[in-house]
Ligand binder design. Structure first.
Ligand code: NAG
Ligand code: NAG
Ligand code: NAG
Ligand code: NAG
Ligand code: NAG
Length: 353
């Protein structure tokens, strides 16, 4: 059997398909590697989409009808000044994961129809004033994970249609009061993972209907009465991972639409009575949940108002097991919700003060 099969495998009739299979594989491999070295270009009725990632080389020539351009993961420190000169129809530009330090003020002038600009993970420490003077169509601007430390309101001039602004993961310590004053269409603002210690109290005057506000991962210590007042339509509010120890009694007063609130990992030991009145049951269901875990709650009678609110809203409470009392000594380590149940007469055991 074995000698026969060896004989067979050496016969010319069997060598042929074997060789051609190897050749085919080789050709396929060559085609694959060469296609990896070129940008992907696809066309549709709307125009061309060009997508470049290493090991391809950044593109030299772009089709004049390019509507979508991605040049990502190249570590480019700069772009040729005329990059967009011959692509007047461009709608989306994705430049994430390069090392861009600067953009010229004229960079976006040739592309007034641009709707999306993604500059995630670059090295921008500032933007040139006037960058967006012709960007009246831009609705999404992502500047996440750059080196912005000090914003100027004038940088954003011209962004009449902006609905989504992501400034997370920068080095922001302060914000100018009028930063958003003309961004009337803004729906999502992400300021998470910066170094903000305070916010201008009128920061949110400007947008007519903000829906999502990300402030998590900063160094905020207090939340005042005024900040959120101009945004009664807010649906999502993220304040986790700050240093909040004080929240004003009226801080959430206007928020009649809130579906989600994250206050976890702060320094709250108590909150004023009345804070929760406009949130959750019976006013409305905070349907996407709330999280107050990771705070050093002092579970005494000062939390009575919170106890009642918690019991009424227990269905959408996140991280119950991590929402614990840090004091007084007799309650240390107990679950806040259990204490709330016992204090409102709903628990199995009802130790009173
Ligand atoms: C073409 O543009 C229209 C309108 O902007 C859009 O709805 C459609 O999805 C686009 N088609 C492609 C293939 O990008
Ligand atoms: C970009 O830099 C990263 C980190 O230094 C490196 O891992 C990656 O290979 C670089 N990419 C290119 C295309 O040079
Ligand atoms: C807002 O718009 C007004 C009116 O067009 C203009 O005078 C002002 O400079 C703008 N402010 C900012 C910060 O863009
Ligand atoms: C909060 O901070 C912790 C520790 O610094 C981190 O592990 C976690 O991912 C952060 N969570 C959010 C939601 O930012
Ligand atoms: C999920 C959950 O525990 N829901 C409870 C909320 O509180 C009411 C009344 O106290 C209970 O009936 C629910 O089961």
């Amino acid at each position: 059997m074995s000698s026969q099969s060896r004989e067979q495998s050496q016969s010319p009739e069997d060598l042929d398909p074997c060789l051609s299979r190897t050749l085919l594989l080789l050709l396929l491999l060559m085609a694959l590697t060469s296609s990896l070295k070129a940008c992907l270009v696809s066309s549709s009725a709307n125009g061309s989409s060009v997508s470049c990632h290493p090991p391809a080389k950044p593109p030299h020539h772009l089709p004049a009808n390019t509507v979508y351009l991605a040049v990502e993961f190249f570590n480019l420190t700069q772009l040729p000044a005329d990059t967009l000169q011959r692509t007047p129809n461009l709608q989306e530009l994705h430049l994430s994961s390069n090392r861009l330090e600067k953009l010229s003020a004229e960079f976006l002038l040739p592309v007034p129809g641009l709707k999306v600009l993604d500059l995630t993970r670059n090295a921008l420490a500032q933007l040139p004033p006037g960058l967006f003077q012709a960007s009246a169509a831009l609705h999404t601007l992502v500047l996440k994970e750059n080196c912005l430390a000090d914003l100027k309101a004038s940088w954003l001039k011209g962004l009449k249609a902006l609905t989504y602004l992501d400034l997370s993961g920068n080095h922001l310590r302060m914000l100018p009061a009028k930063l958003l004053v003309n961004l009337t269409a803004l729906q999502t603002l992400d300021l998470g993972d910066n170094q903000l210690e305070t916010l201008p109290s009128d920061l949110l005057r400007g947008p007519l209907c903000l829906e999502r506000l990300h402030l998590e991962g900063n160094r905020l210590r207090a939340l005042g009465e005024d900040l959120l007042a101009p945004q009664p339509g807010l649906h999502y509010l993220f304040l986790q991972n700050n240093s909040l120890s004080e929240v004003a009694a009226g801080a959430f007063r206007g928020l009649r639409e809130l579906d989600m609130l994250d206050l976890s990992n702060n320094l709250l030991s108590s909150v004023p009575a009345g804070l929760w009145a406009s949130l959750g049951q019976p006013a409305r269901a905070m349907k996407n949940g709330f999280d107050i875990s990771g705070n050093p709650w002092v579970c005494d009678q000062n939390l009575n108002d919170l106890y009642h609110w918690l019991v009424a809203n227990n269905d959408t409470m996140f991280s119950r097991k991590d929402t614990l009392c840090a004091g007084p000594d007799t309650r240390k380590g107990q679950m806040l919700l259990e204490v709330a149940r016992s204090q409102t007469g709903l628990g199995d055991t009802a130790p009173h003060f």
